[in-house]
Write a protein that binds this ligand. Structure first.
Ligand SMILES: C[S@@+](CC[C@H](N)C(=O)[O-])C[C@H]1O[C@@H](n2cnc3c(N)ncnc32)[C@H](O)[C@@H]1O
Length: 322
């Protein structure tokens, strides 16, 4: 075990910000040349999970070198995914349980739909990055980082990555100048439209490195915990307050049974009783036709008589227990 650790350290390869010992997730890949460049330098891709929004068929149709890049990645042991929306990472069954040291989105872009300075388009790009931050911030290992490479000049700097990140409890650690030459073989792609396989002008650009602000995150988790407890407490009260009048079961027993009931049965029961309460004379008929006692197994007649008692209690204003 100790020997393996030593070997692993000795073999560790760094390519700028990335180590062969990092678990890497790349989203929004174009022709997969960035992940391929890392894998080739590492000599292995067993630590790389690379994904595209496009399906495999679309990727190989759109980008001339995609097929060979994907082939290389596969040979080196990468985990490859297609059809992955960076704003819905948790929905992907292959990703939702995994945690990464680095989650990377190079040059996120929501597509070419007019002038880049158009506020509508800026909003679209910002939504994409915000959605990505929101998901990626939940997929990090301890000391993990989220990396976004992005242009520094206007109108791109108006996306305000730092502000979007802060809304997801992320803080900027550092901005590192992004140089394409650091990643041999990497071809930055437009990714959309008829010229999707063409490069775009990189100019002055950086990799923005974010990590989770522990204090902000702890506050958020605490707040969520309080809200969840409040909501559970409310649900328990709602569940237990109504039926025990006619089932004679204890509150706790009912809470367990109610949570196991099929939804349909619950709604039948509720419809019958509420009609009974609020519609006066129609009460008996509605209860007879719609009430199904799903969990006590009692006869309808017996339930009926107790129900009538219960609904009359409500009519009479005995609401304190509910
Ligand atoms: C300007 S291209 C950059 C492509 C590649 N990362 C690169 O550096 O060459 C923008 C990429 O963002 C991807 N993209 C857009 N919306 C996305 C989303 N919701 N989820 C994942 N990727 C998305 C596009 O498919 C496209 O590949």
């Amino acid at each position: 075990m100790a020997r393996r650790e030593v070997n692993r350290d000795r073999d560790e390869v760094w390519v700028k910000l990335y180590s062969s010992n990092h678990q890497l997730l790349l989203v929004g890949e174009g022709d997969f040349s960035f992940s391929c460049s890392l894998a080739t330098r590492f000599g292995s891709a067993s630590n790389i999970c690379a994904s595209s929004l496009d399906s495999y068929d679309d990727v190989v149709k759109k980008y001339e070198k995609a097929r060979s890049n994907l082939h290389t990645l596969k040979r080196l042991g990468a985990f490859l995914l297609h059809g992955v929306d960076a704003t819905k990472l948790q929905r992907d069954p292959d990703l939702n349980c995994r945690r990464f040291d680095r989650v990377i989105f190079n040059f996120p872009h929501a597509g070419f739909h007019g002038k880049e300075s158009d506020p509508y388009l800026i909003r679209k790009h910002r939504n994409l990055v915000y959605g990505f931050f929101h998901c990626a911030s939940r997929m990090l290992r301890a000391n993990g980082e989220i990396h976004v490479s992005h242009k520094n000049k206007a109108p791109f700097r108006d996306w305000n990555l730092k502000e979007l990140a802060s809304r997801c409890s992320l803080v900027l650690i550092r901005c590192v100048a992004f140089k394409k030459s650091d990643y041999p073989g990497y071809e930055n792609k437009r990714g959309d439209g008829s010229r999707c396989d063409q490069p775009f002008i990189l100019g002055d650009c950086s990799t923005f490195r974010f990590h989770v602000a522990k204090e902000l995150y702890t506050e958020k988790v605490k707040w969520r915990g309080v809200k969840e407890r409040e909501s559970k407490h409310h649900q328990t009260l709602t569940r237990t307050s109504f039926p025990h009048q006619y089932t004679k079961e204890s509150r706790d027993e009912f809470a367990v049974q109610a949570s196991q009931e099929p939804l349909l049965d619950c709604s039948n029961r509720f419809n019958g009783v509420s009609h009974g309460i609020y519609k006066g004379k129609k009460r008996k008929m509605l209860i007879r036709t719609s009430f199904v006692h799903p969990y006590t197994g009692e006869s309808r007649e017996r339930s009926m008589s107790e129900l009538q008692g219960a609904s009359e209690d409500i009519f009479n204003g005995n609401k304190a227990d509910y």
